[in-house]
Design a protein around this ligand. Structure first.
Ligand code: CAA
Length: 501
């Protein structure tokens, strides 16, 4: 079927974005929203986005006018009677979706296709409630829809091949990359993304790290375009909670149990950007990137540093390499370094690995209050890890030291994985399990996360670059530390590490 005219039901952030994408590709789009205020808001989102593109020279004024005129607002679904395809983008609740599909069944031509943009519900369950189950498919877009290139095409055992072919061809025509997935909760991208975002909320609510540090660790340390808490605000905390609840019902286990803080914020109406407030306050234009603010309030950097190698006394270890690398970095920055604990210095640094462990080595040299753990997961990021006995002065001096080295500093609890490793390797573990389950090929996992979530490198590439042995070590430390099987290195990962692949 050659799809020329479309409808969109539900004009929230995603619905407006999808209507814009379809209209930009030349389709006429009837945008239906029963609530007149929501309809007006959705239409102004579309006009604002097109206006921004025109002001940046991405669209001519004429293109802008033509695209805008192709989107026709309407209050009733009957207005879409001629549509070849309707995308439903109503809230993530099966009864609401089914009611919309039943109404669409009544107004649409029998051959028209109904696409659901559900992010986690069963497309099979939605299709089974329709009078045309073979013409119901999943078409899962990513936020912001005009920017993210992935569309997950979800087929079910009921889908007619022509429906799948038609929406796949349409996805290509509107400039997206379609990836075929089967009907499993969260498909590929959300099943990987949401547990990782949930983990970040847990770290925040348990005081493991501060909000801005969590987001900075991910952007500066892993290179993802947004930190997890800022991304939750973009997706919507209510939507994220609904997806996690579906994932928890389907798969069980701690990774999917919504963090209580996420639930509280969603319940309180602080659902993210769309309401002006989530983890950040958008009414005050908070950005989460506070590195420059941090730098402005720093004390003087240390002139002298005692460097402790937690692995010393053992045979040559990666700890020793780490301490040696750190010693040369400090020397290049003009800081005088001693390894002799008897020398008096401005700061004691324990050159920890991602497994952590500051207090033991710091106490052993008798200067626990002056000592802080330092780990560099990336050339631009310093993880500062105080122990329970580290003084506030030592933490400030360590921040100044990181600034002197030209690095972004984040503070982490002294727990296995620290901040970057805990978030990253647990996330990569989920991706390995998905591959080991045979649900998605490694290439599909990377495509989903690069095109759907803007990762510069997908999880499999991140894992290859970090090395499976490091992943196994960090995950083993997390598993031993927390006893949670959700952190246990999966057998496939262990095999790759053992084989040196
Ligand atoms: N609508 C339209 N265009 C937008 C936009 C929006 N809401 N937000 C950004 N853009 C455009 C900008 O206009 C800009 O376009 P030009 O290059 O033509 O000027 C471009 O995108 C880049 O934007 P910015 O320079 O303002 O900002 P940025 O470089 O920081 O990128 C981002 C912003 C694209 C959102 C980027 O941070 C990113 O990729 N973030 C990850 C988003 C993500 O993970 N999305 C998936 C969430 S999961 C989901 O949606 C599925 C689900 O079911 C929950």
């Amino acid at each position: 079927m050659d799809i020329r005219s479309a409808g969109v039901v539900g004009l929230g952030t995603m619905g407006a974005g999808i209507a814009e994408v379809l209209a930009r590709a030349g389709l006429t789009v009837t945008a239906v929203e029963a609530d007149p205020d929501a309809l007006a808001r959705g239409m102004s989102m579309i006009h604002a986005s097109l206006g921004k593109a025109a002001s940046r020279g991405r669209l001519t004024e004429q293109q802008h006018r033509e695209i805008a005129s192709r989107v026709r607002p309407a209050a009733a679904m009957a207005s879409m009677a001629d549509a070849d395809l309707v995308v439903e983008v109503v809230p993530e609740q099966l009864p609401i979706k089914r009611q919309v599909v039943a109404e669409l069944d009544r107004v649409l031509r029998p051959e028209a296709i109904i696409a659901t943009n559900t992010s986690s519900l069963s497309v099979t369950a939605i299709a089974a409630g329709s009078a045309r189950p073979g013409r119901v498919v999943g078409m899962h877009f990513f936020n912001p829809a005009p920017v993210m290139r992935l569309v997950e095409i979800v087929t079910t055992v009921l889908t007619e091949p022509d429906s799948a072919r038609s929406v796949t061809a349409l996805a290509v025509r509107i400039g997206k990359t379609p990836v075929q997935v089967t009907d499993r909760a969260g498909f590929v991208a959300n099943a990987l993304l949401l547990p990782y975002l949930n983990h970040a909320v847990r770290l925040l609510e348990t005081g493991y790290a501060a909000r801005d540090d969590i987001d900075l660790a991910v952007t500066a340390g892993i290179g993802l375009p947004m930190g997890p808490l800022a991304l939750l605000d973009l997706i919507g905390l209510d939507t994220s909670l609904a997806i996690l609840e579906v994932l928890e019902r389907e798969f069980g286990g701690t990774r999917y149990t919504p963090a209580p803080l996420l639930r509280r914020l969603a319940d309180s109406g602080r659902t993210g950007r769309k309401t002006g407030r989530g983890f950040y306050d958008y009414r005050q234009q908070e950005t989460g990137q506070t590195a420059s603010r941090q730098r402005a309030e720093l004390p003087a950097p240390p002139g002298t540093v005692t460097l402790i190698d937690p692995g010393s006394g053992r045979p040559a270890s990666s700890d020793s390499d780490r301490a040696a690398d750190l010693a040369s970095l400090l020397a290049v920055a003009g800081i005088s370094v001693t390894r002799d604990p008897a020398h008096s210095t401005d700061l004691v640094i324990v050159a920890i690995g991602p497994e952590g462990g500051v207090l033991g080595p710091a106490s052993a040299v008798g200067r626990a209050a002056d000592a802080i753990g330092l780990h560099l997961p990336d050339k631009d990021l310093a993880e500062l890890v105080p122990s329970a006995l580290t003084s506030a002065g030592a933490l400030g001096t360590a921040r100044a030291l990181a600034a002197r080295l030209g690095m972004t500093a984040v503070r982490s609890a002294d727990r296995p994985g620290l901040l970057v490793g805990a978030l990253l390797f647990a996330h990569l573990r989920d991706a390995v399990v998905m591959v080991a389950d045979g649900y998605a090929a490694p290439g599909d996992v990377d495509t989903a996360m690069t095109l759907g979530c803007g990762y510069p490198r997908g999880p499999m590439r991140l894992l290859a670059d970090a090395g499976p042995d490091l992943a196994v070590n960090v995950l083993s430390a997390m598993h031993a530390g927390y006893g949670d099987p959700a952190f246990a290195p999966p057998p496939l990962l262990r095999e790759y590490a053992l084989a040196g692949l």
